[in-house]
Design a protein around this ligand. Structure first.
Ligand code: GAR
Length: 203
């Protein structure tokens, strides 16, 4: 069974979906890492008897040194792939190169809209609200050297009426994120995703 790591910065509801629907089945979550000591994601991991590690960015001189420490933790747990489940840091080439086409991210919009540097968490939904679009959604993709630019695995749309506040948009999107992330991670763990240039083809 492939061992994966989950990196999370927040409440970890996407992590919970992976614990409930993937862990011990298609793959094993060997470690959960967070850059925030009080991230509820760490608590969810402990409750599921999964090693939970807080990695303090302040203990590293720069981002590459920080990612080097994370890489060591991943290697110590024999991790073959990484899932970013609400991890609100941008990865350096240290991690991206070590896990090429093996890092999966969930983003709470339909890429290439409302994504890139500065678009994370509620900022995405605020921008969606401000723009007045009638459709948003979620995207699961591989991580490459850009921000939210890697090959897309799955996307799902969410309709908006125009009456939703940003918080309601976030809640509607989060509701579909869990199933989408679980599906994409299962496809990955069972070797059903082929990457052809910028595209993925599901076998
Ligand atoms: C999710 O909406 C996820 O898509 C988003 O953070 C939230 C985490 O929720 N990620 C990003 O914005 C990445 N750019 P969770 O902690 O409950 O899984």
């Amino acid at each position: 069974m492939k061992k994966i790591a989950v990196l999370a910065s927040g409440s970890g509801s996407n992590l919970q979906a992976l614990i409930d629907q993937v862990h011990g089945q298609e793959g094993l979550i060997a470690v959960v890492l967070s850059n925030r000591q009080n991230a509820y994601a760490l608590e969810r991991a402990r409750k599921a008897n999964i090693p939970a590690v807080f990695a303090d960015r302040k203990q590293s001189a720069h981002d590459s040194e920080y990612d080097q420490k994370i890489l060591q933790i991943l290697q110590a747990h024999d991790v073959e792939a990484v899932v970013l489940a609400g991890y609100l840091r941008i990865l350096t080439p240290i991690l991206i190169d070590a896990y090429k086409n093996k890092i999966i991210n969930i983003h709470p919009s339909l890429i290439p809209s409302f994504c890139g540097d500065g678009y994370y968490g509620m900022r995405v939904h605020q921008a969606v609200y401000d723009s007045g679009v009638k459709v948003t959604g979620a995207t699961v993709h591989f991580v490459d050297s850009g921000v939210d630019t890697g090959p897309i695995i799955l996307q799902q749309a969410v309709s908006l009426t125009g009456r939703e506040q940003p918080e309601e948009i976030a809640a509607k999107v989060l509701e579909i994120e869990h199933g989408l992330l679980v599906e994409a991670v299962k496809l990955f763990l069972t070797d059903q995703i082929e990457i052809v240039q910028r595209r993925t083809i599901i076998r």
